[in-house]
Design a protein around this ligand. Structure first.
Ligand code: SF4
Length: 660
């Protein structure tokens, strides 16, 4: 005999959560000494009710039966708004186990009511969930149970002339087919509406997997309480597809003789059937199974059950399937008795991204367990923690490969700055923030920069980064590239950075070259500042390169024509020139016509009289006028005469000597 359990059966997320919250409240209040009640039956299952009662959880049927200080558990179906108001007024503490999917409907309905929007609620008027939901819009919702009721509503609406779109929500446990049939009525009548499909997947999944299983087995066992409508529904579905169907409340009513001739038996259970009852029924069948036991699939299944009873520990990585995606959390089936809750805060989302953009029901998901109990009966999961593990692994790889990563510098702390890499926060020490001295880290905050990973300690959640290392390497690379592109003879642009007595250092795009004082001008200079200023942008010629020693010699004068090369075009014999005495010798004085171009006034050509000492007539720096007597460009000689000019102007005196 093969026993096959339906893919979806037993407690749904909401019921499991409500039961967990109830048992936790019972435990807590054993210490506090307060009375604990459920208002109505928590779930339609007598054995659960009995266990709660054994743990001190009583039952009341209206909030008015409670006293100040009592604790009342709100069941997963939810309660109307007036219930909460009344509890508040009475001083009764509520443990709200309303299923989160039902809470969402309450919010939708309440918001629509406050906006004055008409509300249509599809479901059974006498179902407690529908009654509670209607209580969030002052019982103004139009409740439709059948397509015929929808037709009647459409007729009345048309008569009233109302045209504003109503909000349509559903009881969580109705069949999709009912919603589709009713929407068809609306569509045919041309009614515009705002639909929020609030049918819960848990019910649909249980019904669909029950139908699929019933169609392929010889007999079906439906485990559930006869008062549970969803268990009864599973019974009806099973009967549709399978000839032998048995409804069991627990193992005590199991009659194995009914299945004597069956090879395959399917098992399903309502959303209010606890796992322990399902386990007992399957175990009860196992004891009576005879025949080929070589491989009993049920034994595998028992293992699955054992697994499902074990709760994963914090830090454990679990696989699961997305069950439902809400605005602020994702419900994940992780194959154990509690569902996993993945809060929005534990998922890395881009700006503007929602959980629904990332997850959809049925998606396989891996997450890390944060807490085995999130305080509301679920297992708290985190994707971020999983990413952090992966992020640290990545960082280790980057540390080994020395490949830089991009981080955001978020805040200054003592001795450095915190840098965010994905989900990991690392530290950049002050000394590693820049390749220059940093006095105040604040200027870096908010910047996105490249860093190198220096250290990773994933056990202590620590990583150390260095921006300096990247900058230094970048600079080295840049310098190498610059050197590779430099050639002797190239004219390059540079910036005058600093002076020394022997020249100026010029930055030619990342490397400094020396512009020796003798290479600045064709004339003679005492200091580079005579022609240059710090910060000047100038074109210089590369005179020599020594990459090994990192030395570059530059020339500025080489970018201008050598004055002697133009002498023939600028000066002629007989031309009167003005110049400055730059050197005095025994045999005459050198006069600078322009930078790098000197002429000689021989002692015999200084005055109309005999001159004994040149310095009696001329002094250094003196401006004089003279006549060009001869030009020898080849030997770089110009002969000048002051006397000749004096002859031409007999009235003029010999040039008066000026003081040095
Ligand atoms: S059936 Fe769905 S809505 Fe109802 S309690 Fe279960 S999970 Fe919540």
């Amino acid at each position: 005999m093969e026993i096959i359990r339906a893919d979806h059966s037993g407690f749904c997320f909401g019921v499991q959560r409500a039961i967990n919250m109830a048992f936790e409240a019972a435990e807590r209040e054993k210490v506090n000494g307060r009375r604990v009640f459920t208002c109505g039956q928590l779930i339609h299952n007598q054995s659960v009710t009995n266990r709660l009662s054994e743990n001190g959880v009583g039952r009341i049927d209206s909030i008015g039966e409670a006293d100040r200080g009592d604790v009342v558990i709100v069941r997963s179906h939810g309660e109307p708004k007036s219930f909460y108001d009344e509890a508040d007024r009475m001083g009764v503490e509520l443990v709200d186990a309303t299923c989160v999917f039902v809470q969402k409907i309450h919010t939708l309905v309440h918001d629509a009511y406050l906006k004055g929007q008409e509300i249509i609620l599809i479901g059974s008027a006498d179902h407690p969930e529908v009654t509670a939901t209607n209580g969030w819009c002052e019982y103004q919702a139009v409740i439709l149970e059948t397509p015929d009721e929808a037709l009647e509503y459409v007729r009345m609406r048309n008569e009233s002339g109302r045209v504003d779109p109503p909000l349509i929500v559903c009881q969580t446990t109705i069949r999709q087919e009912l919603l589709d049939d009713i929407l068809r009525v609306f569509d045919s009548a041309g009614i515009i509406y705002e639909l929020k499909n609030t049918i819960c997947n848990a019910t649909r999944d249980r019904q669909d997997s029950c139908a699929a299983l019933a169609a392929k087995v010889d007999a079906m066992i439906v485990i559930g309480d006869r008062n549970s409508s969803n268990s009864r529904k599973l019974f009806e579905i099973s009967k549709k597809y399978c000839k032998i169907v048995t409804f069991l409340s627990d193992v005590s009513t199991l009659e194995l003789k009914d299945f004597k001739k069956c090879n395959k038996i399917g098992v399903t259970a309502g959303a209010s059937t606890p796992e322990w009852i399902i386990k007992e029924v399957i175990a009860g069948m196992s004891e009576n199974v005879t025949g080929n036991m070589e491989h009993n699939p049920m034994m595998d299944y028992m293992d699955d059950i054992e697994n499902s009873l074990r709760l994963p520990r914090p830090g454990e990585i679990v696989d699961g399937t997305v069950h439902q995606v809400m605005d602020n959390e994702v419900i994940v089936n992780i194959g154990c008795k509690k569902d996993g809750i993945l809060p929005k805060s534990e998922v890395s989302l881009e700006e503007g991204q929602t959980l629904a953009d990332v997850f959809k029901p049925g998606d396989a998901i891996e997450a890390k367990v944060v807490k085995s109990d999130d305080g509301e009966g679920g297992i708290m999961l985190s994707k971020k923690l999983l990413e952090i593990n992966a992020n640290y692994r990545e960082l280790k790889e980057f540390m080994e490969s020395r490949e830089p990563i991009t981080v955001k510098l978020t805040r200054a702390v003592n001795g450095g700055v915190i840098a965010e890499y994905k989900e990991v926060s690392g530290f950049v020490p002050m000394s590693q923030l820049s390749d220059k001295y940093v006095e105040n880290a604040d200027e870096f905050i908010g910047q996105t920069v490249d860093v190198r990973v220096l250290k990773v300690d994933d056990k202590r959640n620590k990583a150390v980064f260095s921006r300096k290392s990247v900058l230094v390497d970048d600079k080295k690379k840049q310098v190498q590239e610059i050197w590779a592109n430099l050639n002797v003879g190239d004219i390059v642009e540079g910036k005058v950075m600093r002076f020394t007595d022997y020249g100026a250092f010029v930055d030619i795009g990342g490397v400094d070259g020396l512009l020796h004082i003798s290479e600045i001008s064709w004339g003679k200079l005492k200091h580079p500042s005579e022609v240059l200023a710090i910060g000047d942008i100038i074109n210089v010629k590369i005179l020599s390169l020594n990459e090994e020693r990192g030395k570059i010699s530059l020339g500025l004068k080489q970018t201008q024509p050598e004055p002697w090369s133009l002498v023939g075009t600028k000066y002629q014999i007989g031309q009167e020139i003005k110049g400055k005495v730059v050197q005095i010798k025994e045999y005459g004085a050198f006069v600078e016509l322009e930078a790098g171009l000197d002429g000689l006034v021989h002692i015999s050509e200084i005055a109309n009289k005999r001159v004994e000492n040149v310095s009696d007539e001329l002094s250094l720096g003196q401006e004089i006028s003279a006549k060009i007597m001869d030009i020898d460009a080849e030997r770089k000689r110009i002969s000048l005469s002051i006397k000749e000019l004096l002859k031409e102007a007999p009235a003029a005196e010999a040039p008066a000597k000026t003081e040095e």
